[in-house]
Design a protein. Structure first.
Length: 744
């Protein structure tokens, strides 16, 4: 039986790049079709489509006319925007094309501040002028264009649809929605301009693809309202189409679902990885298996929410999920915006990134605040570097884009090394970034190798910069170790973003101030370039949530019998800790300044409007920790690679002088190396020079067999050149290390 599946991302995720869930599933279903399963898969990103329809001259003109006719009472700011409506209508289409990189010359007009109409969002420019002073013309123009869109967003929120947000839609309704009442009520309300646009676009895709099944991915709370709006429309107007909902929100929030009303909007809710559950559902809908034998699916039967997980099939191994397929998505229509001056957030929202995964799950899987009991964390399953590069090449061919964001929980260092080697061997030009743990495995040499393969940034969890709390979190790192790893990445030219946390159970005021001092020193020494403070949240599937007493906190909800819908974020009491809410604004302000190299000499008390204790951290703690690096203690089985070009050799003699005049002239070798930026010369004794000319080709990344450090040692000592450890202490070895000899 032939089946057509339409995979949809509801509003809203990112403006600059598609969320990858539909591309992952489409790639998987493509592979199944090749294996004779009669499934035709289509996909669409309703988020970017709604944005482009909403922010168009045609729609703005209609919206302004509607507001005028309705005589809506407006704030002064929204009234100003409406009075400037002709300017907004005439500029919106060119600005959107500019943000799509289709109209680059508009940057000049935008930057002279006479082209765009300006409302309240532009007031922040005076405060941020110093931060943007070094921006290029196009970056500054994109920031101004982003403020212009945010002004329109403010008007839309006030007068058109209070739920609207660029990267989230009705997020408040979805976040920790233990009761379905408010969400259900909002879904029953008359359609707004945005939901009308959304449903018109949905209908077009239904007519285009004629689906039997529609799959809605809900990665975040801000997608839930859009997803249920779509699902409700399909059930009312196309009842023969089955609606399936899945994604990160369902996986974390809806595991104990008992609310029957949600099935007024969808037919099935799937948990965890979607490949096998979708296959079993399609098999059930084709009449080939009973409902009881589907995998990880909620359904409403006779008014009662019932969970089925009777399928014998296991989850599809990561290596067999296929290459994500981005076709059908409007890749050239996404918007590159610059919303904030946080470098990592800017990277996140600026430019088009293809999403890929190095490994399913987390290889560490111990952090006490993390959902380590859930499948997306606990089932660790890496992919080979060769298969990853095959997928990279396929996606580049599909999209024409060479930027990749590896969306791992924590990318494994060994696999990152193998991937970097494979990228270089294949001579691929890619730019990539990912999330890591600050492992000791990230040596300066490994970081240089990652940089050579195209890595530009990493983000990792420093969390609470306190060794006591890091141990309690089971992070497996110390602050000193984080500093050394961050320094290794920074020295290699890779940007480092630190996820920071405050409010972990039992964290005292002193520890919060000491953590702030650690963060200040990390920015002062320049080893971290970006950061963001998060308030600790206790979740139901983390060790803290499962056993709060073990962490000296008390769970106080939500666990009432009437909570039938979401159940993830838990309220808790922390009797041994500080009043964590007091610190939010001071931590945010200080970090904002540290990221831009200012106010690093401010006393901590300046950031808070209440009395805080002085720090107990020594003023050069981070600097000293970095100096304690022990880079030269490589593993015997570590691999040795020469990243540079092969040299040419010239032989010359050095005449003895002084007391050694009677001795023979010494034959020397001059090895001349060329790099991308310069050239340099290594002068060594002839025998050593000839040995290097023989061994360097064997250390190149594309050599048939990698050379281990132990093999290099044996090769050196077999030539009677002397003791290898003495060679490693020589200036010749040091010069080679500085210019491309890596031990990883």
């Amino acid at each position: 039986m032939h089946q057509s599946v339409l995979l949809l991302t509801p509003p809203f995720t990112q403006l600059n790049t598609p969320y990858p869930a539909t591309a992952y599933l489409k790639g998987f279903l493509n592979a199944q079709a090749e294996a004779a399963l009669a499934v035709e898969a289509h996909q669409a990103d309703l988020g970017i489509e709604v944005i482009l329809e909403l922010f168009s001259a045609k729609n703005l003109a209609s919206m302004f006319a509607e507001l005028e006719a309705a005589e809506v009472a407006l704030t002064d700011n929204s009234y100003r925007i409406c009075r400037l409506q002709r300017d907004y209508v005439s500029t919106i289409d060119p600005v959107i094309r500019f943000l799509q990189n289709k109209n680059p010359t508009l940057a000049h007009s935008i930057c002279d501040r006479s082209y765009l109409p300006e409302a309240s969002r532009f007031a922040q420019l005076d405060e941020l002028d110093w931060a943007f002073g070094t921006m290029g013309l196009h970056d500054k123009a994109r920031h101004l264009a982003t403020l212009y869109l945010e002004d329109l967003c403010d008007l839309i929120q006030e007068a058109v649809d209070p739920h609207f947000g660029f990267s989230r839609y009705a997020e408040r309704l979805g976040r920790s929605a233990t009761h379905f009442d408010e969400l259900h009520e909002a879904l029953q309300a008359p359609p707004t301009r945005i939901t009308t646009i959304l449903l018109d676009l949905l209908e077009r895709h239904i007519q285009r693809t004629k689906p039997d099944v529609i799959c809605l991915t809900v990665p975040f709370p801000g997608n839930l309202y859009g997803a249920l709006t779509c699902g409700g429309y399909v059930k009312r107007h196309h009842p023969h189409i089955k609606v399936v909902m899945g994604g990160g929100y369902a996986n974390t929030e809806l595991r104990s679902l008992r609310e029957p009303r949600v099935f007024d909007y969808v037919d099935f809710i799937s948990l965890d990885d979607g490949e096998t559950p979708l296959l079993t559902l399609l098999d059930h809908l084709a009449g080939n298996r009973p409902l009881a034998q589907v995998k990880r699916v909620f359904v409403r039967l006779d008014g009662v929410v019932t969970y089925y997980n009777g399928a014998s099939e296991k989850d599809v191994p990561q290596r067999e999920t296929g290459t994500p397929d981005y076709r059908e998505l409007p890749l050239m229509d996404y918007l590159s915006v610059i919303e904030v001056v946080n470098p990592m957030h800017r990277l996140w929202s600026d430019g088009r990134w293809n999403k890929l995964t190095l490994a399913h799950g987390c290889y560490w899987g111990k952090c006490s605040f993390c959902d380590i009991t859930l499948d997306y964390i606990k089932r660790y399953e890496p992919v080979t570097a060769a298969l990853l590069c095959d997928r990279i090449e396929t996606i580049i061919e599909q999209t024409g884009q060479t930027g990749f964001h590896f969306v791992d929980e924590a990318a494994p260092p060994a696999l990152m090394r193998d991937l970097a080697l494979e990228i270089i061997r294949r001579n691929l030009t890619v730019t990539w970034w990912t999330n890591i743990r600050f492992e000791v495995s990230f040596t300066p040499d490994l970081c240089r190798l990652l940089k050579a393969s195209g890595c530009i940034a990493v983000s990792g969890g420093l969390e609470v910069a306190s060794d006591r709390l890091l141990e309690r979190m089971k992070k497996g790192v110390t602050v000193a170790q984080v500093a050394r790893v961050a320094d290794a990445f920074t020295q290699a030219g890779i940007m480092v973003h630190a996820y920071l946390m405050y409010g972990f159970p039992t964290q005292t005021m002193q520890e919060t101030i000491d953590s702030l001092e650690m963060v200040r020193q990390l920015f002062q020494t320049g080893v971290v370039q970006s950061g963001f403070w998060h308030r600790f949240a206790m979740t139901a599937h983390s060790p803290v949530g499962v056993n709060p007493a073990a962490f000296d906190v008390q769970r106080i909800g939500p666990d009432q019998p009437g909570n039938l819908f979401a159940d993830n974020d838990l309220d808790h009491a922390d009797p041994l800790g500080a009043n964590h809410d007091l610190f939010a604004e001071g931590l945010r302000k200080s970090l904002f300044n540290y990221m831009h190299g200012v106010c690093l000499d401010f006393p901590h008390q300046k950031w808070f409007d209440f009395k805080v204790p002085p720090t107990t951290i020594p003023p050069r703690y981070i600097e000293k920790a970095i100096r304690q690096r022990t880079d030269d203690h490589q593993r015997p089985n570590a691999l040795v690679f020469w990243l540079g070009e092969l040299p040419t050799i010239d032989v010359f003699e050095v005449e003895p002088s002084g007391r050694t005049a009677r001795k023979k002239a010494v034959e020397m070798a001059e090895l001349e190396f060329y790099s991308k930026q310069n050239q340099w010369v290594l002068e060594v004794e002839l025998r050593l020079g000839e040995w290097l000319m023989t061994v360097l080709p064997s250390m190149q990344i594309d050599a048939p067999t990698p050379m281990a450090m132990q093999q290099l040692k044996m090769a050196y000592e077999q030539t009677d050149l002397g003791n290898f450890e003495q060679f490693k202490a020589s200036s010749a070895w040091q010069q080679l290390r500085e210019n491309g000899l890596l031990v990883v």
